[in-house]
Design a protein around this ligand. Structure first.
Ligand code: 0RA
Length: 646
């Protein structure tokens, strides 16, 4: 199979100041930053770095750059360097200014908009450098080119120092240093892991590109050097590293047509989950689109044809698309000249020509691969067949339950204490561990809008069970029935009976276990529930502080110390009694309401799983078979297990 090299997308094209078009000024960016970088929260802050790096990656795609560095400096200043040709410094005719200045001070300046220029380009909004400049307290850029070092400085988008030569050099490349403006961003502290993860993804997507990330803030000492000769093949190996692959070799296909190119890497593992990661012009497309559609239909068609041909499928038996994707990890990356991003979050690829390209390319190459590797072909087909049989068993189990208990919610579970309000937007359900805590919750709740469902006994670990076991499970059925929105491919978020699903469990190891089991279940079988942000965990207090008639609660150690000091401070003497909270079951209904259920006082953490790879990884490791990665994972990064957002 053909190898994709970075240089295969190289274009021979001289490209200077004249191709950079002038469109509009920068005030608009500072006035409405959200329009250009999505938000001014942490995500927007990190987006600044991606914009600058995207420009360097464009230079790499054009074949002139093979090393990019990203450094967090003291004071949360960012430095990005590349060893490309250097941003053009010649005087641009239209404006009479150096191209470098135009690129950084005029919105929409850059080759991407001029036609000609790059064959493909990333950059979510394509506005790049000038937007970052507008939103930075200061920004400096140094270009190594023509034997000279050119330097220019800016402050909040305005020129602070005209371009001038500050030295000589043998190298070529661009160095950008900027400090995000604290007048614009809510928080200006960078998270190294977020940047590192994104850069690793870019290194996987651009085979052979060398990217270095460094955190050199005081107290920090982090450094990662990434270069993947195997590109997305290594991406798949990486994603599957804690799973058990069903075949050693990652299947890889690539090809191009007209101005577009596509590459696909895949490997099956022994789990029941599918993980599809797709990209268009290096931009993640979590909502999928035409590249995914083309891939899926080709996979199903080719596997069925192969099954018939080899006799692994008898008579007119067929395996469904879902059957073919059980246990599949696949990365799809396409590059095209005019990507159309659609959907709610502009994260879905709309170009229909890409569907045809991916479909015909992948079906042709996969058929050849299966011919040449019959043992892998057999393994994959047997996996799909087992999936198909299990799905049939699950369907029967579902029918059974539907007859007995009605999964659609027409018969509610006996243990459920429902609320009076019927509008799901206004209601919430507390899923509570243990009958005694359930009792307190029923006593303490506001029955107008709060429903209580107690759970008890040992919960099924869905990560180790197939769908048919889940449908018939007596611990999960009440949850499914109470939510009323079905399960698996039939799950319909519009039928949801409550828009807040709140898991309430003790703040101890057992509580954490129940929480993780339930979250795993929601993630694997009611994914839209998690993606839609409907799932929360309640946070019970850790301490109770009593002084005379005053009772207060603390949710963390620092808060305990602070409240204790406040309570003592009121008249200087007397003791504050501090007790560790025993558990939900031992709180009386009134206490439980006050501390954990009253919307005025409670803390809810929303379960946020915007990142499919991280989530899949967390669940695989936490709930799966392998013990060693679990230990290491919990020790190293407990905080990422479940990314809880208050
Ligand atoms: C267009 C033309 C040339 C270089 C670049 C763009 C360029 C842009 C960026 C942005 C970040 N790093 C970059 N490196 C290069 C070269 C034109 C010439 O040969 O003079």
């Amino acid at each position: 199979m053909a190898e994709q090299e970075l240089s295969s997308t190289m274009v021979e094209h001289e490209y200077g100041a004249s191709e950079i078009q002038v469109l509009e000024g920068l005030e608009a960016v500072r006035k409405r930053p959200g329009m250009y970088i999505g938000s001014t929260s942490s995500s927007g802050l990190h987006h600044l770095v991606y914009e600058i790096v995207d420009n360097a990656i464009d230079e790499a795609l054009a074949g002139y750059c093979d090393h990019i560095t990203v450094t967090i400096l003291e004071g949360d200043v960012i430095k990005v360097t590349d060893n490309g040709r250097g941003i053009p410094v010649d005087i641009q005719q239209q404006t009479g200014k150096p191209a470098l200045e135009v690129v950084y001070t005029i919105l929409h300046a850059g080759g991407k908009f001029g036609g000609g220029g790059y064959k493909v380009s990333g950059g979510l909004h394509g506005v790049g450098a000038s937007v970052v400049n507008a939103l930075s307290e200061w920004l400096e850029v140094r270009v190594h080119k023509n034997g000279s070092i050119y330097e220019m400085k800016f402050a909040r988008g305005d020129v602070a120092q005209e371009m001038k030569i500050v030295g000589t050099t043998d190298l070529t490349g661009t160095e950008v240093i900027f400090k995000p403006d604290s007048e614009i961003f809510e928080d200006t502290v960078y998270d190294y892991e977020i940047l590192h993860k994104r850069m690793r993804e870019q290194a996987f997507l651009n085979a052979g590109l060398h990217i270095t990330t460094t955190d050199s803030r005081p107290e920090q000492d982090k450094f990662d050097d990434m270069c993947y000769k195997g590109g997305i093949r290594e991406f798949v190996t990486y994603i599957n590293r804690n799973k058990t692959p069903l075949h050693e070799q990652v299947i890889y296909v690539c090809g191009e047509r007209d101005d577009s190119m596509a590459e696909i890497a895949l490997q099956y593992n022994d789990s029941y989950n599918e993980l599809i990661l797709s990209f268009a012009n290096n931009i993640h497309t979590p909502e999928g689109g035409m590249h995914e559609t083309g891939f899926k239909s080709a996979l199903t068609r080719v596997l069925n044809a192969y099954g018939q041909k080899t006799g692994l499928l008898k008579n007119d038996d067929k395996v469904s698309g879902e059957d073919c994707r059980e246990g599949l990890t696949v990365v799809i990356s396409v590059k095209l000249t005019e990507a159309q991003f659609e959907g709610q979050t502009k994260a879905k690829l709309g170009n229909s020509e890409i569907r045809t390209l991916v479909d015909s390319l992948f079906s042709e190459k996969l058929a050849i691969f299966l011919e040449e590797n019959p043992s892998v072909g057999r393994t994959i087909l047997e996996k799909a067949l087992t999936a198909s049989r299990a799905r049939e068993a699950a369907r029967r189990a579902r029918e059974n339950i539907r007859r007995k208990t009605a999964l659609d919610g027409s018969t509610l579970p006996g243990k459920l204490a429902d609320c009076n309000e019927r509008d799901p937007k206004l209601t919430e359900i507390y899923i509570v561990e243990g009958d005694s805590a359930g009792g307190s919750a029923k006593g303490g709740r506001d029955a107008r809008f709060q429903a209580i469902l107690p759970l008890w006994g040992k919960m099924l670990n869905v990560e180790k069970a197939r769908a048919d076991k889940v449908y018939g499970n007596d611990k999960l059925t009440p949850v499914i029935t109470a939510l009323g929105a079905g399960l698996g491919d039939e799950f319909d978020v519009l039928k949801l009976r409550y828009h807040k699903i709140i898991i309430m469990a003790d703040a101890d190891v057992d509580g954490a276990h129940i929480r993780t089991l339930l979250l795993t279940f929601f993630f694997r079988f009611m994914r839209p529930l998690v993606e839609g942000g409907y799932v929360y965990t309640a946070v019970p207090p850790l301490y109770k502080l009593v002084r005379g008639k005053t009772i207060r609660y603390a949710y963390s150690d620092p808060e305990r110390d602070q409240i204790s000091a406040e309570m003592r401070g009121e008249d200087g003497k007397g003791k504050v009694e501090i007790s560790r909270n025993k558990g939900l079951g031992e709180m009386d209904p009134h206490e439980l309401w006050e501390t954990t259920m009253d919307p005025e006082h409670r803390i809810l953490k929303r379960f946020d799983l915007s990142d499919a790879v991280a989530a899949d990884e967390a669940f695989t490791i936490l709930m799966g078979e392998k013990v060693e990665p679990r230990k290491a994972f919990i020790e190293e990064n407990a905080k990422y297990v479940v990314n809880l957002d208050i």
